[in-house]
Design a protein around this ligand. Structure first.
Ligand code: FMN
Length: 186
């Protein structure tokens, strides 16, 4: 990530989040990495969104960081767990006022009849919160991806790419084994 920042990769913290519902329907979308700690990789979203619904039925997720100008990718697999409410509050309140209001004005992933209707929802919420502190909606928060597999891929022009995979198992209680490290054929 530091190298991607140094290379001025656009949105180096953007990754493609893959989910699969309990009915085995896969889907993907881009989100932003907003933190990393010893537990995992954090992103924030609306729990009522399509991804939130998938995760609540099946926490298995994947993440792809595609740093194509560097000819690199990092691939993560794991389970998504909600971050503590205090962490979500801290991040929510670090966001610009309009972004906080937008969280109140969008039922993410639900249909709406027009752009005008969406704008009116936003203006109504702006008027309601005015300059007051905006509370975090209870349907908005963060997940951390607790990884069970991380693969670092570094391309070479002769196609004999480097692939280093870290894998471990997680118990239902969240106890993790040591990482197993393997080089994979390209
Ligand atoms: C660069 C980029 C960053 C994004 N970051 C986020 C994010 O951090 N959280 C989020 O909920 N949506 C983010 N989005 C929007 C999502 O890709 C997606 O449209 C939205 O979350 C609804 O997805 P869903 O219907 O699959 O739940 C981002 C989109 C792009 C292109």
């Amino acid at each position: 990530m530091r190298e991607a920042e140094a290379e001025n990769i656009f949105e180096p913290n953007a990754f493609v989040l893959g989910t699969v519902t309990d009915q085995n329907t896969p889907s993907s979308r881009t989100v932003l990495l907003k933190g990393v700690d010893e537990h995992g990789f954090h992103f924030f979203t609306n729990f009522g969104s399509r991804k939130g619904a998938a995760i609540s039925g099946n926490p298995a997720v994947s993440a792809v960081f595609g740093w194509y100008p560097m000819y690199r990718q990092v691939l993560i697999e794991g389970v998504a767990r909600p971050v503590p409410g205090q962490d979500a509050d801290d991040y929510f309140h670090s966001r610009p006022h309009e972004s906080q209001v937008a969280a109140w004005s969008s039922h993410q992933s639900q249909p709406i009849e027009s752009r005008d209707a969406l704008d009116s929802q936003f203006h109504a919420a702006l008027a309601k919160f005015n300059t007051n502190e905006v509370p975090r909606p209870d349907y908005w928060g963060g997940y951390r991806i607790v990884p069970t597999r991380i693969e670092f891929w570094k391309g070479r022009s002769n196609r004999m790419h480097d692939r280093i995979a870290f894998t471990r198992s997680l118990s239902h209680q969240g106890e993790a084994d040591n990482w197993r490290i393997e080089r994979l054929q390209p």
